[in-house]
Design a protein around this ligand. Structure first.
Ligand code: DAH
Length: 374
């Protein structure tokens, strides 16, 4: 900026000469008119109205003029800047309107085009049910454990204290995998008849405390009909730790049915026999529909529990010390509880599915009403 100088005439300051100011203004207007995009206009705006633009620099020179010349020069620069700002705003509005119109055309959706008729796939309700149950235990810190579906007979039976002549081993129940001819067809491998072998596998793979939940597919030589299927799903639970008692088992079962069916649910145990638990029990849950109100009350029959008040869920018990020993766990130090139940059955009574075959046929008319979770 020049120093104050009383003898200066504004016309003599180069940057403030009327022709110079006009030239600056015209250059700015031409630059705005030439800008063909909002980006280009922004560049022109910085060049012609920014703090280092010719008009801004000229404006600074005004301060150095003698007082009588300031008004004249100020008016000239002010008018030029006003014209420039006005042209800038007008061009800005013009370019924005052009952009909006273009976006409307470019992003228009043609609602008459044919859509993709192939629906996205979804998980089967059995899968989502199994994951929902497993999640209850994962939330409590249990690990998910898995084992093979073609399983060693030792894991499926022997480790679980099934004696060699136990009826469950016999042909009518178990799919035996045929071995090479030289071994007389005996491979020692079966399609697992339950998820309980994962108990033994988990105990051999980990050191106690062991808290695992094992969802999986199991096989039995049943014909497919309304209430049987040769392939079905179970979920197994095993907890082995110091000082576990039947009270822990009962509390865990109650927590599970409350998480799945509502806060006012509970379970009950009835004595039973399984080779791998001692004592063993059959576990029932309160009927989540009538909550027991249908029992002895012919006016209020319940279809879900056939007015029994309870629904049978599966088997459970305290892990038999023989199983712990077979898996190298000291039964003097550790105890455990286990339970297992079928997922198909749970899906049937939870959603009033009447025919087992619907669950295996994969017809989307059956699966779709369960939701399309992926
Ligand atoms: N594995 C048994 C079955 O398939 C169910 C079962 C019973 C599992 C008792 C257990 C249990 O873990 O403790 O019939």
């Amino acid at each position: 900026m020049s120093a104050p100088n009383k003898s200066y005439d504004p016309v003599e300051v180069e940057a403030l000469k009327p022709e110079e100011i006009e030239r600056m203004r015209d250059e700015a207007l031409a630059a705005f008119a030439a800008a063909d995009s909002l980006d280009a206009l922004h560049e022109a705006k910085v060049a012609h109205t920014g703090p280092t633009s010719p008009l801004a620099l000229a404006n600074r020179e005004i301060g150095a003029l003698p007082p009588h010349a300031k008004a004249d020069a100020g008016k000239r620069v002010g008018m030029a800047r006003g014209a420039v700002n006005k042209a800038l705003a007008a061009r800005q509005a013009e370019l924005e309107a052009e952009r909006d119109a273009r976006v409307l055309v470019e992003e228009a959706v043609d609602v008459t085009l044919p859509y993709d008729r192939v629906p996205a796939g979804a998980r089967h309700p059995l899968t989502t049910m199994m994951e929902r149950v497993a999640d209850v235990f994962v939330a409590m810190g249990y690990e998910i454990a898995e084992g093979p579906e073609a399983e060693a007979e030792w894991f499926n039976f022997d480790a679980l204290n099934f004696t060699p002549d136990h009826p469950a081993r016999q042909m009518q129940d178990t799919f035996f995998v045929r071995g090479p001819q030289g071994d007389h067809g005996e491979s020692g491998v079966v399609l697992r008849t339950h998820t309980s072998p994962v108990q033994a596998r988990s105990l051999l793979e980990r050191k106690p405390p062991v808290y695992v939940v094992c969802p999986g597919r199991v096989y039995r030589t049943d014909e497919l009909d309304a209430t049987h299927t040769p392939v079905f799903h179970q979920i197994e639970l095993l907890a082995v730790d110091e000082g576990l008692t039947m009270a822990d088992l009962k509390g865990t079962l109650d927590h599970m049915v409350q998480s799945l069916f509502g806060a006012d649910m509970k379970t009950r145990l009835r004595p039973n026999y399984f080779p791998f638990t001692e004592p063993s029990a059959e576990m029932d849950m309160l009927c989540y529909v009538c909550k027991g109100a249908s029992v002895g009350n012919p006016d209020r029959p319940c279809r879900t529990c056939s007015s029994e008040g309870w629904i049978e869920l599966g088997g459970c018990g305290m892990v038999n010390p023989r199983v712990l020993i077979a898996c190298g766990v000291d039964p003097e130090k550790y105890s455990g509880f286990a339970f297992g139940f079928g997922i198909e059955r749970m899906l049937m009574f939870r959603h009033n599915v009447e025919d087992m075959r619907d669950m295996v046929e994969g017809d989307v008319r059956f699966t779709r009403p369960f939701g399309m979770e992926i």
